[in-house]
Design a protein around this ligand. Structure first.
Ligand SMILES: [Mn+2]
Length: 309
């Protein structure tokens, strides 16, 4: 029997296995940081996105650290878990400073994982990475533009509009996975006027989702030092992601979402990723929880592939 197997045999795998959850802890010097941002208020469809960080951590116990397809083994990786920010009772406006500060405090790490919460976490997340907004690029995987008007205050449908109003140039924004009949003409025109690179779900089917993601990462990397990626989980087809209020039939296949997560996290310019719009109260058979947990595993596998542990 190989040495590695005999060492592992000390603990029966019938009792427990080494899980992705085991990687999270008080590892202050870790290259990866995780911040929970249970922001649920001001969702256009009211829900319980505030439950997502704790449900994700629990579901991570069901993920092995080993990927048989690629041989990726995360067992040597440590993740500093900063816990959850006290934002569950706050509006997006009130939560801005705590989220931006937490991301800024983590930004010296190789990668920061911000677990929302609704999509209103993205605006403070981007400010946390670069408070000037001059040196940051933003990639969104989302069925929606999130360019709703801001005149009624901040919500989960206008973080990108708010960032543009804050001074983020549209040329440094790429939006991938946009769905028909899920967005308005006004939002589409706003995106094009701002210079955003707009890539629909059909573009992704025709060209391949990961190919589109790779091209947009390259485009942003030519302009910016640091890339922030917003994974709105409603980009996934609703049949595969029931636990996202905005998910619709015709969305991205979940396998493509996982492949994109790994590709994105492997890119050296990607410094912060967020996960938004996972609402555990809508879940069916833990599909959403296990999808979120696999996303975390793919992010960690992608980062491990950078070889800078
Ligand atoms: Mn969104």
């Amino acid at each position: 029997m190989p040495e590695m197997l005999s060492a592992n045999a000390e603990i029966s795998e019938n009792k427990r296995w080494h899980s992705v959850r085991d990687l999270l802890g008080n590892h202050r010097d870790a290259a990866v940081g995780l911040i929970g941002a249970p922001l649920g208020r001001e969702s256009i469809t009211p829900g319980r996105c505030d439950l997502a960080p704790s449900v994700l951590r629990d579901a991570a116990r069901r993920m092995s650290v080993y990927d048989l397809e690629t041989g990726s083994d995360l067992s040597g990786l440590a993740v500093f878990d900063a816990g959850d920010l006290p934002v569950a009772a706050l509006t997006p406006a009130e939560a801005f400073t705590p989220i931006a500060e937490a991301v800024a405090n983590s930004a010296q790490r190789g990668l920061t994982i911000l677990v929302g919460g609704n999509n209103a976490v993205t605006r403070p997340g981007v400010h946390g990475l670069d408070d000037t907004l001059k040196h940051v690029g933003l990639l969104t995987l989302d069925a929606h533009f999130d360019l709703r008007d801001t005149d009624g205050g901040l919500n989960n449908g206008n973080p990108i509009a708010a960032l543009i109003e804050d001074g983020l140039e549209g040329e440094r924004i790429s939006q991938i996975g946009l769905l028909p009949f899920a967005n308005t003409a006004r939002a589409h025109h706003k995106a094009l006027r701002a210079g955003i690179s707009v890539r629909s779900a059909r573009n992704c089917r025709n060209e391949g989702f990961t190919a589109v993601v790779a091209a947009e990462l390259d485009r942003l990397a030519q302009q910016t030092d640091a890339i922030y990626v917003d994974f709105d989980i409603d980009v996934i087809d609703r049949a595969q992601m029931p636990a996202a209020p905005g998910a619709r039939p015709g969305g991205i296949a979940v396998d493509d979402f996982f492949a994109a997560a790994r590709l994105i996290a492997s890119h050296p310019r990607v410094r912060v990723v967020d996960l938004a719009e996972f609402d555990p109260s809508l879940d069916v058979a833990a599909t959403g929880a296990l999808t979120a947990a696999r996303w975390l595993a793919e992010i960690l596998a992608g980062f491990s592939g950078r070889g800078v542990l």
